[in-house]
Design a protein around this ligand. Structure first.
Ligand code: FHN
Length: 444
């Protein structure tokens, strides 16, 4: 009996702890999650002092450049062609609704005028706060702004680099001090969430530096990051700000969206995405336009407009946003291979955006011919690969269909509803270059 009482007490304590720990998003945060999902498409911008070397944002680590030598780039970084209006316009031209900008990547360099470090944009010959200009321009052009913030740091001595997996060539010898590093991050995050207007999201990255590689059975962190303190600070400063952490694991308490890197939710082509997609919080997947995040002068493997639109459509069908990356050059300009592709995606979005923005996914499993997105009582059937048969089949769809028509031009299509699913006849359609969208209206 005493044992039973003791066990019940233990269970009660565990439940009490779990309850006390669990984060309850504010009403404005929940509304922000919905509008984030409606917005669907954003631009990731990887850019900073590392762009000067044209060998992507990992160059300090990859070439084992020590701090002393890397610091010389401070005299070199001079983005004279940086024009926030052009960056925002490039995102607009693609039909994107938000930008996620690198405020500080793993080399620890701050792209804003932080009071808490000299390793920052305002100490370069350029001397101006790029984040401020970008935030002002986003406001002007009605573009939401999210901030990427690296938890990992290859430059600071107080970051626990001894237990980290990367940045080993930085030449640091002093003993790290996480309490000091945590305070530094809190100070910087407070600046970011106080001085730059409403921030849509904070996009953390680098947690994995302190774990075994993705896919390992044991993914415990070697340090206690104290996310409860970091996350509650952000939510106190801006309750609507969405927190995401690219730790490549199932979401932690306090996070508002889950991201996937170079993978649709549920896929793992990158070797980074072993985590299962959440059913509770919004999803996002990010991908590069060539094979690099930061500017890489030799990477010319540009993805086609078709493959990027397919990625966007597939992301939407998987209920995820698509964050498409550009890596501007060190002078601040964006190479034409990127801007041209963005414009072409935007032309497609102008015509077909209704089948993407504001829709939700996971309504129908992917088929050989393509995928489905949904809004109200409309199913947008995206035929991405034209079947050889003169029809497409939607197995198991037994909601009553009121009509089928082509999205473009609204021509009626014939269909047959059977107990095992729905056939839509497509033989008279011309071969689509990117996507043939069929609207199926469900009876109310
Ligand atoms: O190391 C970073 C990388 O540079 C880039 O920022 C990507 C974007 O998702 N995230 C990290 C790798 O997981």
């Amino acid at each position: 009996m005493t044992k039973k009482i003791f066990l019940s007490f233990l269970l009660f304590c565990q439940l009490a702890i779990a309850f006390a720990q669990s984060y309850r998003p504010a009403a404005e945060n929940l509304a922000a999650r919905r509008s984030f999902q409606d917005n669907k498409f954003g631009m990731f911008i990887h850019w900073g002092l590392s762009s000067t070397l044209g060998a992507n944002e990992w160059v300090m680590n990859n070439r084992s450049i020590n701090k002393t030598n890397y610091a010389r780039l401070l005299q070199v970084f001079d983005p004279v062609h940086f024009d926030a209006a052009k960056w925002v316009a490039a995102a607009k031209s693609a039909g994107m609704n938000y930008i996620v900008f690198i405020t500080r990547h793993h080399d620890g360099f701050s792209n804003w005028d932080t009071k808490y470090s000299d390793w920052k944009i305002t100490n370069t010959p350029y001397g101006k706060d790029v984040l401020k200009q970008l935030a002002d321009e986003c406001k002007k052009q009605d573009m939401k702004l999210g901030l990427y913030y690296s938890l990992l740091d290859w430059y600071r001595d107080d970051y626990p680099y001894e237990t980290g997996r990367t940045g080993k060539g930085s030449g640091r010898t002093a003993k790290s001090n996480y309490a000091s590093y945590l305070q530094f991050m809190k100070n910087q995050l407070t600046e970011l969430l106080t001085n730059y207007g409403p921030i849509m999201s904070v996009w953390f990255d680098g947690h994995w530096d302190q774990t075994n590689p993705e896919g390992s059975a044991d993914l415990r962190s070697r340090i206690d990051w104290k996310y409860d303190e970091i996350y509650s600070l952000i939510h106190q400063l801006q309750p609507a700000c969405l927190i995401g952490n690219n730790h490549h694991q199932t979401p932690f308490d306090g996070e508002d969206f889950q991201m996937f890197e170079k993978d649709l939710p549920g896929q793992n082509k990158s070797g980074l995405s072993y985590q299962r997609p959440s059913n509770e919080i919004p999803l996002e997947t990010c991908e590069t336009m060539n094979n690099s995040w930061g500017y890489n002068i030799t990477d010319t493997q540009y993805k086609s407009v078709k493959s990027l639109v397919h990625y966007l459509v597939n992301a939407a069908a998987n209920n995820a946003n698509f964050l498409l990356n550009i890596g501007p050059m060190a002078d601040g300009s964006v190479q034409p291979e990127f801007t041209d592709t963005l414009k072409a995606i935007g032309q497609w979005m102008k015509r077909n955006g209704e089948s993407i923005y504001g829709t939700r996914g996971n309504v129908f499993p992917a088929q050989d011919w393509g995928v489905v997105t949904a809004k109200d009582n409309t199913l947008f059937v995206h035929v991405l690969n034209r079947p050889n048969a003169g029809y497409i089949f939607l197995p198991g769809l037994n909601e009553k269909i009121a009509g089928a028509r082509l999205f473009d031009g609204k021509r009626k299509l014939s269909f047959r509803q059977q107990p095992e699913g729905v056939f839509v006849y497509t033989e008279k359609l011309s071969q689509p270059d990117i996507d043939t969208i069929i609207e199926l209206t469900l009876s109310k």
